[in-house]
Every structure is written in structure tokens, then in C-alpha cells.
Design a protein around this ligand. Structure first.
Ligand SMILES: NC(=O)c1ccc[n+]([C@@H]2O[C@H](COP(=O)([O-])OP(=O)(O)OC[C@H]3O[C@@H](n4cnc5c(N)ncnc54)[C@H](OP(=O)(O)O)[C@@H]3O)[C@@H](O)[C@H]2O)c1
Length: 250
């Protein structure tokens, strides 16, 4: 099945289109896997990162199906590993960098009367500090591309305006992610970097399993997220959007 990647590359060459490159964190399951699948099917070069990719059959199968999918191990809390991957990929232009990897943590230990502060550090390391470290480490790779986008999967639950109680640490990790990335947008705008924070909807993945509420199919969410990524321009950089294309309240 490797020939599909070749066919995609030849088709792009025939129509004069440029093969773009996307790097996605947490691409082994959930939204990250669906994003990787959709970009690969559209002929993109996909640098699909995951904590333990050798164990991820779906991701391995995707790479077997599309020669344009390259798998790289990456734990977003491991800064040395992030630096090593950035060095390994030095000279590779990355059009779209997607900070997707995230953890919710057990909601039952993020409620009043049962707050387990020991998990807060892990949530911040994964959801907040990891994305900033990755954006910083891969800044030159993104700057070297034509598209120059750093996109972050945020969440409605990080909205201060719309907050609804509970899941204290997860909420705060996404609110802080938004702050860091809006700041990153300010610091990099002169270099033409475009930064986005996107709420993907309440998506039907492992993460939303504890919540008995209406959910968006992962295919629909990923399609919307990709459309919003496409929509971002220098003028809209640093804004917080929903996967539907509507603005999200901070
Ligand atoms: N699902 C929703 O309703 C919803 C709503 C709003 C926002 N989001 C956000 O959407 C993003 C994707 O979530 P999802 O719904 O697809 O959840 P998911 O199915 O639980 O997938 C989470 C992904 O993040 C990866 N990950 C976790 N910690 C990591 C680490 N330290 N290093 C590398 N990868 C790590 C996981 O890898 P492993 O398999 O190795 O654990 C997995 O690939 C997250 O940022 C989440 O906060 C989700």
C-alpha cells in the first residue's frame, strides 16, 4: 500500500501543487490520529508523533498505507526529546505544527472537597508547557515553511467567560495554554508566524468518555479543525476559535 504516498506525490507534481508538511503531537489515537489520517489522505507529508509509536497499530498501519507518513516518538513532557527531534529534523520546513496531545486527568479528583493537587503538575506539563516548548523548539522549522502556522488544540473549558465549575486543573491548563500561545503570537508576528487556538468541540474520543453529553464525531471535528487552520491568516493570528469557524470567548 506504500504506493499511495507515491501516487499522491506524483499527482501533486502533475498539477503543480506543493506538498505541505504537518507535524502532529499525540497522533496515535483520538483527534490526533484522525487529523493525521485526513492530512495523509490529502497528500500532505505527515510527521506523526506519539509517545510509544511501536505499540500503536493504527498509526503503524497508516504509515504503511501512506509513504508520506513519518512516525517519530515524542513525549511532549520530555524537553530533551523535543530538542533532539528538532535537531533531527533541522532543515525540514514544517508548514503546520499542531500541538494536539493532551490529558484530562480524572475529573473526580479535580472537584471541590477532593482536589488532588499532585496531578496538576502533570496536566500543566502536558497541556501547557509541552506545547510552548515544542513551538519554541520548532520555530525555525515553521519559519522556513510557506504556511508558517503553529496551531494548538485548546478547549472551551479553558474559557474564563464560559467556565462551568469542576475539572479545575484541566481548565486552568488550557486557559494558560491560550495565554502562552497568544504571547507566542505577539513575539513571532514579525517573522510571519500565524498562531491559533482551536476548541475542537466535545469530541467522541477516549478523553470525553467520562461525560454523558452530546458529542461530535471525530471525523467531523478534525475536518472542522483543518478548515479553521486553513482559515487562519496573519490578521487573525492569536485568536481563539471553535472548530465550526466561530470565535470562542476567552
Ligand atoms: N475530546 C474532547 O471532547 C476534547 C474537547 C476539547 C479539547 N480536547 C483536546 O483535544 C486534544 C486531543 O484530545 P482527544 O480528545 O483526541 O483525546 P485522547 O483520545 O485521549 O488522545 C489524547 C492524545 O494525547 C496523547 N498524549 C497524552 N499525553 C501525552 C504526552 N505526554 N506526550 C505525547 N502525547 C501525549 C495521547 O497519547 P497516548 O496514547 O500515549 O496516551 C493521545 O494520543 C487534547 O489536547 C484535548 O485536551 C478534546
Amino acid at each position: 500500500m506504500k504506493h499511495w504516498g507515491l501516487i499522491a506525490a506524483l499527482t501533486l507534481a502533475a498539477v503543480g501543487a506543493r506538498a505541505e508538511t504537518v507535524l502532529i503531537t499525540g497522533s496515535n489515537r483520538g483527534l490526533g490520529f484522525e487529523l493525521a489520517s485526513q492530512y495523509a489522505a490529502d497528500g500532505w507529508t505527515v510527521i506523526a508523533t506519539a509517545r510509544t509509536p511501536d505499540d500503536d497499530d493504527a498509526l503503524q498501519n497508516l504509515a504503511a498505507q501512506y509513504g508520506s507518513v513519518r512516525i517519530e516518538p515524542l513525549d511532549v513532557t520530555n524537553h530533551a526529546q523535543i530538542d533532539a527531534l528538532a535537531e533531527k529534523l533541522r532543515g525540514t520546513a514544517i508548514d503546520v505544527l499542531i500541538n494536539n496531545a493532551g490529558v484530562l486527568g480524572d475529573p473526580n479528583i479535580q472537584r471541590l472537597g477532593n482536589l488532588d493537587f499532585s496531578i496538576a503538575e502533570h496536566l500543566f506539563a502536558t497541556n501547557t508547557l509541552g506545547p510552548l516548548k515544542i513551538a519554541d523548539a520548532f520555530l525555525e522549522h515553521v519559519a522556513a515553511s510557506e504556511t508558517k502556522k503553529v496551531m494548538n488544540v485548546s478547549s472551551i473549558v479553558g474559557s474564563i467567560t464560559l467556565t462551568g465549575g469542576n475539572i479545575y486543573f484541566y481548565r486552568a491548563s488550557k486557559t494558560a495554554l491560550n495565554m502562552l500561545m497568544r504571547n507566542f503570537a505577539k513575539d513571532t508576528e514579525k517573522r510571519g508566524i500565524i498562531v491559533g487556538m482551536i476548541h475542537p468541540g466535545v469530541v467522541d474520543t477516549d478523553m470525553s468518555a467520562p461525560f454523558d453529553i452530546p458529542k461530535v464525531a471525530v471525523e467531523e471535528s478534525a475536518t472542522g479543525v483543518r478548515d479553521v487552520i486553513e482559515w487562519y491568516t496573519p490578521d487573525t493570528s492569536g485568536t481563539f476559535m471553535q472548530y465550526t469557524g466561530e470565535p470562542m470567548a476567552w
